[in-house]
Design a binder for this molecule. Structure first.
Ligand code: PRP
Ligand code: URA
Length: 209
């Protein structure tokens, strides 16, 4: 059974609260998305394996710990997930990046996939799927379906804000994945938007409305 982790770090909470504010302009929203992505990546990668390496400091030889070379793939769900990739790559610069393009049909709220390009060796990589919003869970479930179909096995998902309905749907459909979120909100409204949420994440990151 995968785990569901809510990050209660004060810096993450503070920055997500600023992002929720409807008066936060697009430039600041993007900068906050990058900063929160860095902070969340720090937590999501906490269990990466390390190995002992011999080096020489200016003082003496030393046995130190370095990453054991676990290969990672970051997979943003287009569009809004893109706003988190730069911050994540600052923390793990050698990660490969795949893309899954999905949008929610405005009437049915069902996800429609229009693009999928993943690293060739996705079956050998630990995958981190990233999207700011987990609402009904439809987009996340379809993305996990898509990456599993192409061979991915070790999968985590990182969201800024999740609705209880989305967490329930995702954990039921894919009980083996780990889920990391910065905030669990109250519910969905009649348009399947998260309440209180932050509005349409794609529009807020790209300034399209
Ligand atoms: C948003 C968001 C998620 C999805 C969440 O994307 O970025 O991908 O909705 O909703 P769900 O859990 O109900 O599937 P949207 O479909 O608005 O596409 P966009 O990023 O292209 O604007
Ligand atoms: N997609 C968004 O961008 N925001 C929501 O609240 C729900 C889905």
């Amino acid at each position: 059974m995968g785990k569901v982790m809510v990050f209660d770090h004060p810096l993450i909470q503070h920055k997500v609260s600023l992002m929720r504010d409807k008066n936060t302009p697009v430039k600041e929203f993007r900068a906050l998305a990058r900063e929160v992505a860095m902070l969340m990546t720090y937590e999501v990668t906490r269990d990466l394996p390390t190995r002992e390496v011999e080096i020489e400091t200016p003082i003496c030889p030393a046995e130190v710990r370095m990453l054991a070379g676990k290969k990672l793939a970051i997979i943003p769900i287009l569009r809004a997930g893109l706003g988190f990739v730069d911050g994540m790559l600052e923390m793990i610069p050698s990660a490969k990046v795949g893309h899954v393009g999905l949008y929610r049909d405005p009437e049915t709220h069902e996800p429609v996939e229009y693009y999928c390009k993943l690293p060739e060796d996705i079956d050998k990589r630990r995958v981190i799927i990233v999207d700011p919003m987990l609402a009904t869970g439809g987009s996340a479930i379809a993305t996990v379906d898509s990456v599993k179909k192409r061979g991915a096995k070790e999968i985590s998902l990182m969201f800024l804000i999740a609705a209880p309905e989305g967490i329930e749907a995702l954990t039921s459909a894919h009980p083996d994945v780990d889920i990391y979120i910065a905030a669990k909100d109250k519910c969905l409204n009649e348009n399947a938007y998260i309440v209180p949420g932050l509005g349409d994440a794609g529009d807020r990151i790209f300034g399209t409305k």
